[in-house]
Design a protein around this ligand. Structure first.
Ligand code: AMP
Length: 222
């Protein structure tokens, strides 16, 4: 595992709770959370060159082209000093991206990939109710409501549905998940780097399950 914290990847369908759990794992292990979705939303908001290229893909629920993704991730991982550990959320999403990640990290490796499993009917219900803060990206859903309707508890920003949480874009993202991202489960399983965790239950219950699964696996390795 190296001197710092663990290098973790979270996999799971949209609405499985990856963002929320990645935040909690990053605080627990005192490592950075690196979310490509958040990075893209920030780039779109700031109207950077990457953001302008990514916007239409994101709104349609399509994957952003790899040259844009790799450009952003490479910069960010270089900043984060990967030897200190990280939690990746939303990357890799394809086998090609997983291979690129391995190359970016060499001589380090991903310590563990955790797949958070939630049935599709449950994620659809969660996504229908999901709202996010336009300023700081905090997620609000069934487990977390704003104290003041439509106003973020964290920063006071406006809380609205995500632009890509339309029925069509959600359908497309789930289709891409099963076609492009699910093959990663076999990819990491073959390398003995996969743990599968049930994502149903309260946020606290799932965090406890994750910590148990990750702790058990990392202990075995060290
Ligand atoms: P997320 O917040 O992870 O659901 O990501 C939101 C959107 O950002 C996705 O639907 C994609 O359009 C784009 N995106 C995020 N991560 C990636 C990635 N690793 N590869 C390609 N597109 C991505």
């Amino acid at each position: 595992m190296g001197d710092g914290g663990p290098r973790l990847v979270l996999l799971g369908k949209q609405g499985a709770g990856k963002g929320t759990q990645a935040d909690r794992l990053a605080s627990h292990y005192r490592v950075a959370r690196v979310s490509t979705g958040d990075m893209f939303r920030a780039a779109v908001k700031a109207e950077t060159a990457y953001g302008l290229r990514a916007r239409n893909y994101i709104d349609a629920g399509e994957l952003v082209p790899d040259d844009v993704v790799f450009g952003l991730v490479d910069e960010r991982l270089a900043e984060e000093h990967t030897s200190r550990g990280f939690v990746l959320d939303g990357f890799p999403r394809t086998v090609l991206q997983a291979e690129a990640l391995d190359a970016m990290l060499t001589p380090q490796v991903v310590d563990l990939v955790v797949e958070l499993t939630v049935p599709t009917d449950v994620v659809l219900a969660r996504l229908a109710g999901r709202r996010v803060c336009v300023e700081c990206g905090t997620n609000y859903g069934p487990d977390r409501r704003c104290a003041l309707d439509g106003v973020c508890d964290v920063c006071g920003g406006k809380v609205v549905p995500r632009d890509d949480d339309t029925e069509a874009a959600i359908g497309r993202r789930l289709e891409l998940y099963s076609r492009q991202t699910e093959p990663l489960v076999a990819y990491y399983l073959a390398q003995d780097r996969l743990a599968v965790v049930d994502g149903l239950g309260t946020v606290d219950t799932v965090t406890a399950r994750l910590l148990r699964a990750i702790g058990g696996r990392l202990d075995r390795r060290s």
